[in-house]
Design a protein around this ligand. Structure first.
Ligand code: HEM
Length: 506
């Protein structure tokens, strides 16, 4: 009986494999053979952190559409951005991926990020969107000054020590100092101590890497991984396979603690301190009930912010120019003096960026030794998974309803059709050209349309403030000829960005 059962299962699996390979409506879309029949191809790329380079190479070889799963297609052309992600798109976030980012316990509303239906997503995004508006970010300007000064002290020490310095790690500390200042009204001290306090950043690496793997798995596996045993297993993977020492629970605990303390203070009638993102989340109201959000929901939004900040690891990339870390001589900013003064005093940020004086590398990214000096655009890695209920014609091919489609920012940003013959060269001047407006429409760095990154203003302001400040004050050179290590996952992150720093006379 058992043997018969096994034989039947094997036969069914074989038939499914044959169907997926030969008869599926996607069988004409080229892709790796394993990807055509199983999710294992994507799971493997999530586990070894190579999804982006694989997508790049596959599109080079196979063209504008690549089948990367039995039911999944990666799309290259920037012409399809509005179809997939535009404000009136019929596509919505695919649960296959986004369900991995839901809280492990069932809740009425999982936070706006993993909400799939565009109308519901928009309804829940609206009340918190104001918190991230440029007006609100600029109102918090003075709280970014402390982290900037602390970072400069850290860099001064490194310059004085004359030893190779991991500027990527320092940028991460900076990002988290800023998020704690803006979100929770006080810093943690990463920069003052020059270390990853409580292994929070390491834990975020672990969580986002594992979440990206989880996103590739069928829903049954996702549910299993959300059980206490599954969470223990995920911790084992992040520790034993990837060597992360941090405890993923520390992120939820950190957000919960901060929210709980503030909640208690409000209940005790303690006079409100300075306005920060957390107080704004606590004042926002649920569009369904008109009442203030629950403590749990506010914690979810605070978590979104902490995880969103994870991708700030991309932000040190504009520090690299022409294969060398940026210096005043290689930086194409027109007026570094102004940029420095303006960047350190945020109100000037707006006029600086309007005059395009802020380092255009913020949009351009930099070349990466890891990718044979290809232009390395600051971007998230995998396709932003979308699903169309009705199907659509993309690159002259009909993809039936239910197909998961997505675009990788890196693939699209390096496409000659979108960015011309210099698409793969580091050419920040392109962002000073008259075509700049048109080029901006082809950028996917922060996603697009209704799903565009809600923290974009925070990031842009931070980078515009910090990067000119660094390159005005220091000359940087690579401290090693070793290639950068880049982990390609939900967001790409490099490590070992080791530089020598020299203080400039300014
Ligand atoms: C350089 C830095 C950043 C990059 C490259 C980036 C990129 C992105 C991208 C590509 C998306 C769209 C994801 C999708 O379609 O599924 C996104 C969404 C999001 N980001 Fe960012 N982000 C950055 C910084 C931030 C910051 C600083 C925050 C928080 C303060 C943040 C919070 C979020 C949130 C909450 C979403 C979900 C938005 C929604 O679904 O409505 N991000 N980000």
């Amino acid at each position: 009986m058992l043997l018969l059962g096994l034989a039947l299962c094997t036969l069914l699996l074989l038939l499914r494999t044959l169907y997926r390979f030969f008869l599926s409506p996607l069988s004409s879309v080229p892709g790796p053979n394993l990807a055509k029949v199983s999710r294992l191809w994507k799971v493997g790329r999530a586990l070894d952190g190579t999804i982006m380079s694989n997508l790049f190479d596959l599109h080079e070889k196979l063209g504008p559409l690549v089948r990367i799963g039995p039911n999944e297609v990666s799309v290259r052309s920037a012409d399809d951005i509005s179809l997939l992600y535009g404000f009136s798109t019929k596509f919505y976030k695919a649960g296959d991926y986004y369900d991995a980012w839901k809280p492990p316990i069932p809740v009425k509303h999982p936070g706006h990020f993993p909400t799939l239906d565009p109308a519901v997503h928009a309804k829940y995004r609206r009340p918190v969107a104001g918190v991230y508006a440029m007006r609100q970010v600029l109102a918090s300007e003075e709280y970014v000054e402390g982290p900037v000064s602390d970072l400069l002290l850290l860099l001064d020490d490194a310059a004085e020590a004359g030893k190779p310095f991991d500027i990527g790690a320092a940028m991460h500390y900076f990002a988290y100092e800023v998020v704690f200042e803006l979100a929770f009204g006080g810093s943690l001290g990463f920069l003052k101590k020059g270390e990853d306090i409580g292994l929070l950043i390491d834990s975020l690496h672990a969580v986002t890497k594992f979440g990206h793997v989880k996103g590739q798995l069928p829903s049954g596996c996702k549910q299993l991984l959300s059980t206490p045993a599954g969470r223990r297993f995920s911790r084992w993977v992040t520790k034993s396979v990837w060597g992360h020492k941090g405890d993923p629970n520390v992120i939820w605990e950190t957000a919960s603690q901060r929210v709980a303390t503030r909640w208690q203070e409000r209940e005790d009638g303690k006079p409100e301190g300075r306005k920060d993102f957390l107080s704004a989340f606590m004042e926002a109201t649920d569009p369904d009930t008109g009442k203030r959000y629950s403590q749990f929901y506010v914690t979810l939004e605070a978590m979104d912010m902490l995880v969103g900040y994870y991708c700030k690891r991309t932000s040190s990339r504009p520090l690299s120019a022409h294969g060398e870390p940026a210096s005043a001589s290689t930086c194409p900013s027109r007026d570094l003096g102004d940029a420095r003064r303006g960047s350190h005093h945020l109100p000037a940020f707006l006029c600086l960026s309007r005059q395009a004086r802020v380092h255009p590398g913020l949009r351009e990214g930099g070349p990466s030794a890891h990718h044979g000096d290809r232009r390395y655009t600051p971007s998230s890695g995998p396709p932003g998974d979308s699903l169309s209920p009705d199907g659509a014609v993309i690159a002259e091919t009909f993809l039936p309803g239910g197909t998961i489609v997505g675009m990788s920012a890196f693939v699209t940003h390096t496409d000659f059709a979108a960015f011309g013959p210099t698409a793969r060269q580091y050419k920040p001047e392109r962002w000073l050209s008259v075509e700049r407006g048109e080029l901006e429409k082809k950028l996917l760095t922060f996603g697009a349309g209704t799903r565009v990154c809600i923290g974009k203003n925070v990031s842009l302001v931070e980078m515009a403030k910090l990067i000119p400040t660094i390159i005005h004050n220091y000359d940087l050179s690579f401290a090693t000829t070793e290639k950068w290590r880049v982990w390609e996952g939900w967001f790409n992150g490099h490590s070992d960005f080791l530089v020598n720093l020299q203080r400039r006379d300014v």
